[in-house]
Design a protein around this ligand. Structure first.
Ligand SMILES: Cc1ncc(COP(=O)(O)O)c(C=O)c1O
Length: 438
C-alpha cells in the first residue's frame, strides 16, 4: 500500500458517520436530502458523511474530526457558519414568531433591499429553494410570452422542466422534456441557431451568467441582444452568483441586465430563502399566474437575509472573498504546475467560486482520480467537493491549510498517474458519474 494513503486508513476515522448512514438509510432514501451530500458524491469508506456542527470556516463531522470547509454548505454560507450577526437577527425574530396568518413587513423590507442592490430587480417574490425561484421565473416567462419552449444552459434545480434534460430524467413526462432544449455556454452561434429554428416558440433563455469559466468578452451582451431580437425573456440564474460575485450579482459585475433573475443559496446565509426578481412588467404576471406556498414569507429567514444584506453593505465581504479566492487560484495553479498535475487538473472560475477540474489522463479513470483526491484531502482535514466556495470567514489560516494540503496531495496524485496505480491507492470504491450539467 503506498504510504500516502496511510492517513485515509486511520482506524475508525469515519466510523460514527458510517453507522449513522446505515441507520438513516432505513428511513431516508439515500440517507440524505441533497444529492451532493449523499454517497453519490462522497466516497463511502473515505469520506465524512454527516456534520455535527460548524462555526466560521470549520465543520466538525459526526466522528468529531474538524475540517477547513471550502464547500460551505454548497455555497450557502457566504458569511461563514453561524455568523453572529445573522444568528442574532434570527434569534430575535424567533422570539417574535416565524410564520403568521398574515404577511409580514420583513417581506417588503428585504424586497426593497434587493431592489436597491440588483440592477434588474424592480420587483421581488420569495421562495424557499433555488428551484422554487427558477421554476417561478420560467412560469412568468411562459405566461408573459404565451410560448412554451425554454432554452437552458447549466443546472437550475430539481423540477421537471429542468432535470428532465439530464440523464436523471426518470419520472419526468416526455411531453415536459420536449419543452426544454439545452445550449452550450459561451457559444453565440449555437444559441442563435436554436432561436432561429424555434422562432416564435421560445419563452425564455435561462442560464448562469458565469460558472466554470468567465464569459468571453461580449458574450453576455450578445445573449441580451438575441433575447431582445427574438422577444424572449432572459433569465439569469444567480442562485450561486448572486450576492457572491458582486453585491449586485453577476449582472452587475458584467454590466448585462436580464429581464428576470433568481437568487438562493447565500441570500440568508444558510436559512431557507430564495427569490425571483425582475422587471415590473414581467413580475406583475405573478398577480395572474399561481405561485404560492404556506412557508413563503417565513420571517426568520427574511430576518437572516436582512442581516446578510446589511453586512454586505457595511463590511468588505465580497472584496475580501475575492482577494482570498485569487490567492487560492494562484497558489493552486502553482502547485499543479510544480508537480506536473497540470497535465490532468486545472483551476478556473471566479475567485469567489473557483473550480478544480480533473480530466482523464491516458488510461486513467477520471472518477478514480477524483475519488483519490477527495480521500486524501478529507483525511487531512480539508473539505471541498471540486469547487472553492469562498466565505467571509476564510482568512490566512484557512488559505494556508488548503495550500499545504494541496502541496501534499497533488504530487501524490501525479505520482499515482505516472505509476498507473490510482485505483490501488483507494481505500474505497471510486465514485461514479452522476450527471454533467456544467
Ligand atoms: C445555479 C443553480 N440554480 C438552481 C439551483 C437549485 O437550488 P436549490 O437546490 O436550492 O433548489 C442550484 C443548486 O445547486 C444551482 O446551483
Amino acid at each position: 500500500m503506498p504510504a500516502a494513503t496511510a492517513r485515509a486508513l486511520e482506524p475508525h476515522r469515519y466510523a460514527a458517520s458510517e453507522a449513522l448512514l446505515e441507520r438513516a438509510r432505513k428511513t431516508i432514501p439515500l440517507g440524505a436530502q441533497t444529492f451532493s451530500k449523499s454517497v453519490t458524491q462522497l466516497p463511502f469508506g473515505s469520506a465524512p458523511l454527516f456534520a455535527s456542527r460548524a462555526k466560521g470556516a470549520t465543520l466538525w463531522d459526526e466522528d468529531g474530526n474538524p475540517y477547513t470547509d471550502f464547500c460551505n454548505a454548497l455555497c450557502a454560507v457566504t458569511l461563514g457558519y453561524a455568523d453572529p450577526d445573522v444568528n442574532a437577527a434570527a434569534m430575535m425574530q424567533i422570539a417574535e414568531g416565524s410564520l403568521f396568518s398574515l404577511s409580514h413587513r420583513l417581506e417588503a423590507e428585504v424586497a426593497e433591499m434587493i431592489s436597491a442592490m440588483v440592477p434588474c430587480a424592480e420587483m421581488v417574490r420569495f421562495g424557499k429553494n433555488g428551484s422554487d425561484a427558477t421554476t417561478a421565473a420560467v412560469r412568468i416567462a411562459r405566461a408573459y410570452t404565451g410560448r412554451d419552449l425554454v432554452l437552458m444552459c447549466g443546472y437550475h434545480g430539481w423540477q421537471d422542466w429542468s432535470i428532465g434534460t439530464t440523464t436523471r430524467h426518470k419520472g419526468v413526462p416526455s411531453a415536459i422534456r420536449e419543452l426544454t432544449i439545452t445550449f452550450p455556454y459561451d457559444d453565440v452561434a449555437a444559441l442563435e441557431g436554436l432561436l432561429q429554428r424555434h422562432d416564435g416558440e421560445v419563452a425564455a433563455i435561462i442560464m448562469e451568467p458565469m460558472n466554470v469559466r468567465a464569459p468571453s468578452p461580449g458574450y453576455l451582451t450578445a445573449v441580451r441582444r438575441l433575447a431582445d431580437r427574438y422577444r424572449v425573456v432572459l433569465i439569469f440564474d444567480e442562485t450561486i452568483t448572486g450576492f457572491r460575485l458582486h453585491d449586485g450579482g453577476a449582472q452587475a459585475l458584467f454590466g448585462v441586465t436580464p429581464d428576470l433573475a433568481t437568487f438562493g443559496k447565500g441570500l440568508a446565509n444558510g436559512f431557507p430563502l430564495s427569490a425571483v426578481a425582475g422587471k415590473k412588467a414581467l413580475m406583475m404576471e405573478m398577480e395572474e399566474i399561481f405561485v404560492s406556498s404556506t412557508m413563503g414569507g417565513e420571517a426568520v429567514s427574511l430576518a437572516a437575509a436582512r442581516a446578510v444584506l446589511r453586512k454586505l453593505q457595511r463590511e468588505p465581504v465580497i472584496p475580501s472573498m475575492r482577494i482570498r479566492g485569487a490567492e487560492i487560484q494562484a497558489e493552486v495553479e502553482a502547485a499543479l504546475t510544480t508537480c506536473g498535475a497540470d497535465a490532468f487538473a486545472t483551476v478556473s472560475g471566479d475567485p469567489t467560486w473557483s473550480f478544480l477540474t480533473f480530466s482523464a489522463p491516458e488510461g486513467i479513470d477520471v472518477w478514480s482520480l477524483k475519488t483519490l483526491f477527495l480521500q486524501e484531502i478529507f483525511a487531512r482535514g480539508l473539505f471541498m467537493l471540486g469547487t472553492h466556495n469562498l466565505s467571509y470567514a476564510h482568512g490566512d489560516e484557512e488559505v494556508s491549510h488548503l495550500v499545504s494540503v494541496y502541496r501534499e496531495v497533488l504530487p501524490m496524485l501525479a505520482e499515482a498517474v505516472q505509476a498507473g496505480d490510482v485505483e490501488r491507492r483507494l481505500v474505497c470504491a471510486p465514485l461514479k458519474p452522476l450527471f454533467a450539467v456544467r
